[in-house]
Write a new protein. Structure first.
Length: 363
């Protein structure tokens, strides 16, 4: 899809450990700041139990999960907006991603040093967000200087942009996170052109220890902060997930049961990341392959067909659709048809989450 999440946070909060578990990469995870300099990029499989059910029902020879591109961006420090700790370089890497996974340390322990000494999740979040806001103010200041020249030349579009830039500067001065707000289509165009860091959607990832309940107070503080923001939080034990990722598939479920868990934290993380990016998943299923297809929310059937092959979009005739839940309750595709739940949809149909689709086309 080309969509990408960037992992951000202070040094030594566990970003690279979580990244390695997510993507199966072997990036260096070290107990010192700036172990990561250039961003590590990996592809994370998005686990989806529904796909396993489809594979079993259709006796598919192949199962293909959807994926998510993830970048592990080096830890930011206080003063990054002024270039501290290679800050300008790292902030540039953040501008390139579509959404942010903000990893926050919510575990104690002297074996992993903290750049600020004591562990304090809200202080850490504040440091990172302050640097992003300051970097955005600098970006808007430069943009404003260019726009002022166009306004003096009588450019009406520039006058609108100038007023919007002043509005954004006022919000950033108050410490507002721009990603929470709603914008007109015209404002959104300006926002996208500016590539502001504080306008990106954020998912907070609370990295905890293996000792259940030991970090509860810190996680609660992060959740309360996120609730006020309208953001979401995923709790994950990076170290545990790293161990889990090294096990064969057959042993992972037993390991989770021993730990009293029903699913991996990475499953929750990728699921929340998809929601953050406004992605829905539809399925194609058959004897040859069962496959998950991620698409932007509100995409119409011909464009969804084009994600499979451009010829399908070009020669789109109709979509034959039924829902995963209907298949599950009926037990087979034949029963779905018997109960009248199998539908024919045209070019204006918007694909829904968990639709199972067959595209008819002619080129």
């Amino acid at each position: 899809m080309g969509l990408c999440c960037g992992m951000i946070g202070l040094p030594n909060v566990g970003k690279t450990t979580v990244f390695n578990a997510l993507t199966g990469s072997g990036a260096l995870a070290a107990n010192y700041p700036f172990a990561t300099v250039d961003p590590n990029t990996g592809i994370a499989l998005v686990p989806d139990p529904r796909l396993g059910v489809l594979t079993d029902l259709f006796k598919s020879k192949k199962t293909t999960y959807s994926t998510l591109e993830v970048r592990d961006i080096a830890g930011l420090v206080e003063g990054a907006s002024k270039g501290e700790g290679l800050g300008n370089q790292f902030l540039g890497h953040i501008r390139e991603v579509d959404a942010l996974l903000h990893v926050v340390r919510c575990f104690q322990g002297t074996d992993v040093v903290h750049v600020s000494g004591a562990v304090n999740p809200l202080r850490d979040i504040g440091i990172i967000e302050t640097e992003l806001l300051l970097a955005d103010l600098d970006t808007l200041d430069r943009r404003k200087q260019k726009t002022e020249k166009k306004v003096r030349a009588g450019d009406k579009k520039a006058a609108f942009e100038m007023a919007f830039i002043d509005k954004l500067i006022g919000l950033l001065d108050k410490g507002e996170w721009l990603g929470n707000l709603t914008y007109t289509p015209e404002e959104r165009l300006v926002l996208d052109e500016c590539q502001l860091l504080a306008a990106k959607p954020v998912l907070f990832v609370a990295n905890v220890s293996e000792q259940s309940g030991a970090d509860e107070a810190m996680v609660k503080a992060v959740r309360e902060f996120a609730d006020k923001r309208g953001a979401r939080v995923v709790t994950i034990c990076g170290q545990l997930e790293a161990e889990l990722s090294t096990l064969p598939e057959s042993e992972r479920l037993d390991f989770l049961k021993e730990m009293g868990l029903t699913e991996s934290g990475l499953v929750r993380l990728t699921r929340e990341a998809y929601q953050l990016l406004n992605i829905v998943t539809f399925f194609t299923a058959g004897e040859i392959e069962s496959r998950a297809w991620p698409i932007p929310k509100n995409m119409k059937a011909p464009q969804a067909a084009g994600k499979i092959h451009s010829d399908m979009e070009r020669g789109f005739i109709r979509a034959e659709v039924y829902h995963y839940d209907d298949l599950l309750s009926c037990g087979s595709e034949a029963k779905v048809k018997e109960k009248g739940l199998f539908r024919l949809e045209g070019k204006d149909y918007i694909i829904k989450e968990a639709d199972i689709v067959y595209f008819r086309f002619n080129v």
